[in-house]
Design a protein around this ligand. Structure first.
Ligand SMILES: Cc1cc2nc3c(=O)[nH]c(=O)nc-3n(C[C@H](O)[C@H](O)[C@H](O)COP(=O)(O)OP(=O)(O)OC[C@H]3O[C@@H](n4cnc5c(N)ncnc54)[C@H](O)[C@@H]3O)c2cc1C
Length: 406
């Protein structure tokens, strides 16, 4: 941005907010302050995949090598298996250029690596946002602790229950998918010798189990999706008994190798899966949204964080073009136009993937489900992994420039 004194508040110090802080500082050259409600930055002790489309962004931001070194690059493509462990198809695990692969990350490692790239003086912990108010020029943010401050613009990276979202006039009800997941990690040394260092997904009737390596292959992540009608009007997650999880995959109909994996689990917790319909707008004046605040999606394509990382690059690219703070609303409108389309496809695609893994709806025919999964593999590589968020934003900028000349 031409005006380097521009001050932007990022609300939320999750993976989305921290990546946004890095991108806005390094690409748009603005001054960023991150406000996080918690008293320290952190993440749940589970895994997340950094996919090639996000790896490309992190590389441009100069943080990819550091992150990759903390994670686990699998030995090759992942596999989709039926409940007895027979191969259905292989899974896309790298982009078409074979430059970037899926990297399994232990979430606390990823958040610490991102936080290490942000000036600690600019992160304010213990600040829970109460309200956002558009001023004649700029935006006022007010926190539960009584602090309030004015900025040139605000980015809401405050997750599914976003407070900032209300300021862009979007009111939504999270939608329960009918599924919970059991999640956690196990020490890789507990697995039999020769256990494949790849991602594996066992798909049975109405449930699935996924595992992949993390943290330089010292840990294995697991996620098991199970239908549940437990009332979720209270908490959405909590500790669970490992015996509950084992019972879901017991009996002759499941692969003994999977059952052995589950026997090694000594700690797990459950998590209700929610998403929401795509929003109709993300920005209002100098206020915009990013990450789950804008597009919570089901985890079945492993794209929630990856989309927040793409958002960060697109936002910074549009903002870098703004000459003055008065140009910020237009930059936010352009960002919204480009990103809403992309993320709506992935929100819908993640629902569809979940339905396929769990053989619901039209996939109740398992043979058809398996055929659809094979088709989805190539689409995933080209449409999801090959996407270059910076190039797409630059192309859009050129189009917008031509329109303003006409
Ligand atoms: C089982 C499961 C598996 C998943 N696997 C993957 C995967 O493999 N790959 C992937 O890309 N995604 C995955 N996801 C999705 C991913 O976890 C989310 O999309 C991601 O965490 C969103 O990041 P965020 O920064 O936008 O929001 P969040 O992680 O929710 O962070 C929001 C931050 O804002 C703070 N905050 C909230 N309200 C306020 C407030 N009022 N004031 C100040 N601070 C506030 C919060 O404390 C938090 O730190 C998975 C999700 C689940 C449930």
């Amino acid at each position: 941005m031409a005006n380097q004194a521009t001050r932007i508040a990022v609300i939320g110090g999750g993976m989305g907010g921290l990546t946004a802080a890095i991108a806005l500082t390094r690409i748009a050259g603005v001054q960023v302050t991150v406000f996080e409600q918690a008293s320290k930055l952190g993440e749940v002790g589970a895994g997340v995949t950094v996919a090639p489309n996000a790896a490309r962004v992190l590389d441009k931001l100069g943080v990819y090598e550091k992150i990759k070194a903390l994670g686990a690059v699998p030995d090759g493509h992942g596999v989709y298996l039926d409940s007895m462990g027979n191969m259905v198809t292989d899974a896309a695990w790298e982009d078409s250029a074979k430059q970037y692969q899926n990297v399994g990350m232990y979430r606390p490692d990823l958040i610490n690596a991102l936080a290490g790239e942000v000036d600690p003086e600019t992160i304010r912990l213990g600040h829970r946002l109460k309200s956002v108010e558009a001023l004649e020029s700029g935006v006022r943010v007010e926190f539960d602790n009584g602090v309030h401050e004015d900025f040139d613009a605000v980015v809401g990276a405050d997750g599914i229950h976003s407070v900032v979202r209300k300021a862009v006039d979007q009111h939504l009800e999270p939608v329960y998918s009918g599924y919970i997941v059991y999640r956690g990690v196990i020490d890789a040394s507990r697995l039999p010798e020769g256990w494949p260092m790849i991602s594996q997904v066992w798909m049975g009737n109405n449930r699935h189990f996924m595992c992949y390596p993390l943290q330089q292959r010292n840990l294995f992540n697991f996620v098991a999706g199970i239908p549940s009608d437990r009332p979720l009007n209270g908490p959405w997650s909590g500790p669970a008994e490992t015996s509950e999880l084992a019972a879901e995959f017991a009996g002759d109909g499941w692969d003994p190798k999977l059952q052995h994996f589950i026997e090694q689990i000594d700690k797990t917790f459950w998590w209700g899966l929610f998403d929401h319909e795509p929003l109709t707008n993300w920005s209002r004046g100098a206020i915009t949204l990013l990450g789950d605040a804008a597009h919570t999606m089901l985890p079945h394509q492993g794209q929630g964080v990856n989309q927040a990382i793409e958002d960060s690059m697109a936002l910074a690219t549009f903002l870098a073009e703004a000459d003055d703070v008065s140009d910020i609303p237009e930059a936010f409108r352009r960002y919204t136009a480009v990103r809403m389309q992309r993320t709506a496809i992935l929100q819908n695609g993640s629902r569809r993937s979940g339905a396929m893994f769990d053989a619901q709806y039209e996939f109740a025919d398992l043979k058809k489900r398996d055929a659809d999964i094979r088709v989805g593999r190539d689409f995933r590589r080209s449409a999801v992994f090959d996407y270059d968020a910076e190039k797409v934003a630059e192309k859009a900028l050129n189009r917008f420039r031509r329109i303003s000349v006409v």
